[in-house]
Structures are given as C-alpha cells and as structure tokens.
Design a protein. Structure first.
Length: 541
C-alpha cells in the first residue's frame, strides 16, 4: 500500500502534468480546410489571384499587396499563407490555410502571430469589431461579445438561454493568463482594437485610421482572417458607392457652405473641466463631404487662452491653469464666440443616460442660459444634434451603449446621410429619418435590444462553410479553382480547366515546415521536462 505522503506527492505530480497540458481549442472538422492529398504547397497556389484582396495593386515578384483607401494595414500573399501587417498596432500576422502546413516561425520577426484560417470561433471583447464581423456576415463564428454591444444580434448572445456569452472584461484584456483561462479553450482568435501580448489577439485599428472611408475599409483586414477577401471587397465597394453618391448629391454649394461645429463639455475627475471643439480628420471629411465646412481651426487656436497641440484635433477652452483662460466666464465667452459662427452644432458631451438628455440638459451641462445662446444661430434655429440616436441598454449594469462607436465606424455612407440631413436639411428626403445623428429638440434616441435581432437563432448558429479556394484533382491534373461559395456550397471549375499552380517565375516563399516537424521538437522537450520533474518529485517524496 502506498504511503499517504506518497499519494499526496503522486497527486501533486499529476496536477503538474495536467497544468502543463491546459486544454487547447480544437478546430471543428468541417469543409473549410483544403484537402491537399500529400500535394506540396510549394507548387499549389492556395490563394489564386481572383480570390485575393481587391484594390490598388502593388505587384512585386507576383505577390500582391492590395488596399484602396485604408492606411494602416498591408497584406502579402504567398503560395500557402499570407502575411498581414497592421502598421498602426505594430503587429504582424501569418495566416495559413487550414489543411496546409504552417510556415516555420523562425522565418518571421519575433512576436509574429500565427492563425490557422479561416477562423472558426472569435472573441469580440470590444464593440467596434463586432460591427465589422456583422457586416462581413460571420457572426455565426462569434463566440462572445462585449456587454456594451449595441447590435441586436450581439445583445442576443448576451441573453442566450444557456448563459450569457459575454467577453472578458476590460481589466482582463491585458492579462494573458486570465484570457487563456477564460476563453482560450473556446476560441481561435480574439478581435480587439489594440496590440496585445495574447497570441490569439489581432488588432482592428479602424478607429485610428484617418478618414471615414479609411475606417470602413478595415472590413478587408477582417476578411483576410476568414478567407473572405472578395466578400469584404464587395461590402466595401457598396459602402463607398453609397458614400460617393451621397457626397455628389450634397455638393451643391461652392460658397456660403453651412458651418458645422463638433463640440462637447468635458469634465472628468482629476482632469478638470473645459469647453472643447473637435477637428478630428474623419469629422472634417464627413462635414465637407456633406457639403458643409468646419470652423476655422487656425483662427480659433490663435485666440489667447485657447489651448491646443499640433498632434491633437481638439481645441480646449479651459480656465484657471497656465496658458488657459483666467475664469470660466472668459472661457465660456470665447467658446460662444466660436459657436456663433456655426449653422449646426453636434454635441458630443458624454451622458450617462442619453435618453434623458434634452435641450435643458444641454444648457445645464454647458452652464449656459438661453440668453447666452441668443447670438448662436444653431441653437436659435434648433439645429443642435447628438450622436446618440441608436442605443443599447444593459439591464444588469444600467448603462447604455452607443452604436456611434460601433456600427457608425463601419458604415460611413449612412453616417454621411445623417450629416447631410443635419447640415443641409433641404437636401434630405422628406421621409428620411436618422440613424445616429438626431436633432436634440425634435427627436429621441432609439433603443434596440435582442428582440430586434433578425437572426433566427443567434445563440445556436452553426458556422456556414467558407470554401477553400482550390480543390485537388486526380494525379497529373492541375488543382481546380473555386468558382462560387453560395450559401456554403462549394462549386469548383472542372479539373484541368483552371490552374491553381504557382507561377514558375514567382519568388519562392520561405520553405514551409511540416506541422509534425514544427511541433515535434517542442512536444518532446516538454514531455522530457515533465517526466524529469515528476521523477525528481517522487524521489524527493
């Protein structure tokens, strides 16, 4: 009979082995993966030209980097994988086709992240990424969402009968151990908005890319991780067409363009208070493309007491500190002078309960009276707007989520329609309602919930097939290229009719290592270490 002390040691040894073999995400067996039948990816081109990312081409040795408007990412194609570079977040991702071998990590910079694509189960712990996943049509591959998500179908995931599918909280996003223990065994990707040490995380930097269309084009970035480049390009092209048509219709005035002021009253413990005017590049672009103009930032920045920095889009009217106005009354007077030049005001002030924010709230928040605003035509003409037109409500926290920080980033064409309606109401259709930008005097926010989700079963949706771009044919025949991926049905060209062979003149990518070879070394080392540790532990006991 084993001594009790020995049993305890044995239990400890088993626990060590179990901890060292933490559960990993198991990719489901489905039709997403290419069947190479022993074929070499040095010969087969798994990403044929017609299924690559659409946009402006930069051709180098037959590998292409294609992006039209967005400034923050690039992609380079190789026979069996693609390399995506997020230049804003400073991260590099190697995306290799399911069914093919991963290229050797030693061929890439330290810190490069590897993803087996198309992804099958994604965490969306912040609100912005979910809107892009929804636009791309891959919400059936979303495992969890932010508790502040505004989309009705995102909210449906929070109300699943089997339990809420809420993502890890904000405090956990920087804790790699917490993420792995919390969702690591259930996901093969986490779409966040910033760089992270978590190996399954990739950054959607859309909100940091200047320009409204730049931000929307990040749907192509997301599409790369699902082998949906063509679909992402089609979505963006439709968004751009809507945007361009609205812009053309609004370009009716060469002079006397309506002036729009983007304003807020800022107050936060420890950071003071101030009146602020924003000139963010995307706001300026939207205003001008709506046929309007923004305030003259340079002239306003020259006013004594107005604070600004070269790298900030915001002008601050603060008081009681070096370089600022002496008193709030002086800051207020200068701020009102600026607002007097505007035909419309978009009030961006934070409100805990946007549904209760009224014209009276506007006055009290800014510490103003109606008399103070007598010389401000936008207020007198009831042309004050808010971005809180579309909201979600979390009953557990009692907080609202604003779709302006979610869906609006992904749909600039609709945003532009809202802005034309605010800046040039005479050009808007009589029955045109608002999506995000509502009139403070005449309109109330719309609050949507899970019941508004059009999907039949958001909680139990099975991922639709994302077809591999090629399928292998009989020996001696060239692989066949995918013709269509309609409703998860993969239709390929006849074998021998459409070649997916890698062009002979193409520059060779780093030779891909086999999965077995790449993983055997670390697995053997890990096993030896664990066995050695257990032997020492048992000997000590």
């Amino acid at each position: 009979m084993l001594h009790l002390h020995s049993l305890r040691c044995l239990a400890l040894a088993i626990a060590v082995v179990s901890a060292s073999a933490a559960p990993l995400y198991q990719r489901p067996v489905n039709a997403d993966c290419v069947q190479l039948d022993g074929g070499s990816t040095d010969v087969v081109q798994l990403y044929p030209d017609q299924w690559r990312l659409g946009g402006d081409e930069d051709v180098t040795n037959s590998f292409e980097t294609q992006v039209t408007t967005a400034l923050g990412f690039t992609v380079t194609y190789f026979p069996a994988y693609k390399v995506v570079n997020n230049t804003i977040a400073g991260e590099v991702y190697v995306l290799y086709q399911c069914g093919a071998d991963a290229p050797p990590a030693a061929s890439f910079p330290e810190g490069t992240k590897f993803f087996n694509i198309p992804l099958t189960s994604v965490s969306a712990p912040e609100t912005v990424p979910y809107a892009f996943l929804e636009n791309l049509g891959v919400t059936d591959r979303v495992h969890d969402v932010s508790e502040y998500v505004a989309s009705p179908c995102g909210q449906a995931l929070l109300a699943c009968p089997t339990g809420s599918r809420a993502s890890p909280g904000f405090d956990e996003l920087s804790n790699v151990t917490a993420l792995e223990e919390g969702v690591g065994g259930s996901i093969d990707g986490m779409l966040s908005t910033s760089a992270s040490e978590y190996p399954k995380s990739f950054a959607l930097s859309a909100a940091l890319d200047p320009g409204a269309l730049n931000r929307a084009e990040w749907i192509k970035f997301v599409g790369l991780f699902f082998n949906l480049e063509k679909e992402a390009t089609d979505v963006f092209d439709a968004i751009k067409a809507e945007y361009d048509a609205t812009k053309a219709a609004a370009a009716t005035k060469e002079a006397d363009k309506p002036v729009v002021a983007w304003a807020q009253y800022f107050s936060f413990p420890g950071l003071g208070e101030s009146y602020q005017l924003s000139f963010d590049p995307y706001q300026t672009q939207l205003t001008e493309d709506a046929g309007g103009a923004v305030l003259d930032r340079a002239a306003l920045a020259a006013v004594k007491g107005v604070q600004s920095t070269e790298d900030s889009p915001t002008l601050s009217y603060s008081w009681g500190e070096p370089g600022a106005f002496a008193t709030q009354d002086e800051a207020k007077a200068a701020f009102l002078e600026a607002l007097s030049q505007a035909d419309a005001i978009i009030d961006e002030t934070y409100a805990f309960d946007p549904t209760a924010y009224t014209p009276d709230t506007f006055l009290s928040t800014y510490n103003l009276t109606a008399a103070d605003l007598a010389a401000v035509p936008a207020y007198a003409g009831k042309q004050v707007f808010r971005e809180d037109g579309l909201l979600s409500f979390n009953a557990e926290t009692g907080e609202y989520g604003m779709d302006w920080f979610e869906g609006a980033i992904a749909r600039p064409g609709q945003v532009l329609k809202d802005l034309v309606r605010a800046a040039q109401p005479e050009l808007a259709a009589k029955d045109q309602g608002f999506t995000w930008i509502r009139n403070l005097f005449t309109e109330q926010p719309a609050v949507v919930g899970a019941s508004n989700c059009a999907a039949k079963s958001a909680c139990s949706a099975e991922p639709a097939t994302i077809c591999p771009f090629v399928t292998m044919c009989a020996a001696g025949q060239a692989p066949a290229i995918l013709e269509s991926n309609a409703d998860g049905t993969c239709t390929y060209a006849e074998c021998g009719q459409a070649s997916a062979l890698q062009p002979a003149q193409a520059a060779q990518a780093p030779a891909p290592a086999t999965n077995a070879a790449a993983m055997a070394g670390p697995a053997i080392v890990l096993t030896v270490l664990i066995v050695a540790f257990v032997e020492v532990l048992m000997h000590f006991c």
